[in-house]
Design a protein around this ligand. Structure first.
Ligand code: FES
Length: 194
């Protein structure tokens, strides 16, 4: 009580009485708690996407690429997915374009599904439904030979691997590897008209 009396006498000219001061203190404390809670919630939803360092990921042999119509292949260490599109190979960012939740794969529907607000994307990353504003973003991807020389790389205009080679499981060139460059990310296309 003495402390409050001291505070009260410290502000006599501002007309702040003890009850008003207490109310302000409670408001400040509540605001600080709300800000902290929001930060924690946002951090939980975002996961550690923000901490991903721009780097290259060796995504394995060309033989491991999914074929058209097959489910995209997850590469959890880079939080992206390798998918076959009609145009070629794409490395899809596994982070939702709405508010950064991590997307999961719905094997039954053959779609990506966001656990947070229900956005859905087809197997090539095309936005289907939900609040996400655009398609899944894409990383640059290239195919290198055993010497590390790129024989095909992403055409950013198209957002897919511009492959001058035919990638066919029955005709796989040996010693070709997929490298995803997470330092180069292309924004997904804007929403499509349905
Ligand atoms: S974060 Fe994916 S729909 Fe909201």
């Amino acid at each position: 009580m003495n402390d409050m009396n001291d505070i009260e006498t410290a502000y006599p000219l501002r007309g702040i009485d003890r009850r008003e001061l207490l109310a302000w203190m409670w408001l400040l404390a509540a605001t600080a708690a709300a800000v902290k809670a929001t930060q924690l919630t946002y951090g939980f939803i975002r996961g550690s996407h923000a901490t991903r360092q721009p780097t290259s990921f060796a995504a394995g042999s060309v033989a491991d690429l999914p074929m058209p119509g097959e489910a995209p292949r997850a590469l959890p260490e880079g939080r992206f997915w390798l998918a076959q599109t009609q145009e070629g190979v794409a490395a899809l960012d596994g982070v939702c374009t709405h508010l950064d939740c991590l997307l999961g794969w719905d094997d039954e529907a053959h779609e990506f599904a966001c656990p947070c607000h229900g956005s859905r994307f087809d197997a090539t990353g095309r936005h289907l439904t939900g609040p996400a504003p655009r398609d899944m973003d894409r990383f640059a991807v290239k195919i290198v030979n055993a010497e590390g020389v790129a024989v095909a790389s992403t055409d950013f205009a198209a957002g897919v691997l511009a492959a001058p080679i035919t990638i066919d499981k029955g005709d796989l060139a040996t010693g070709l590897y997929v490298v995803v460059d997470a330092s180069q990310e292309a924004m997904g296309a804007p929403p499509h008209e349905s």
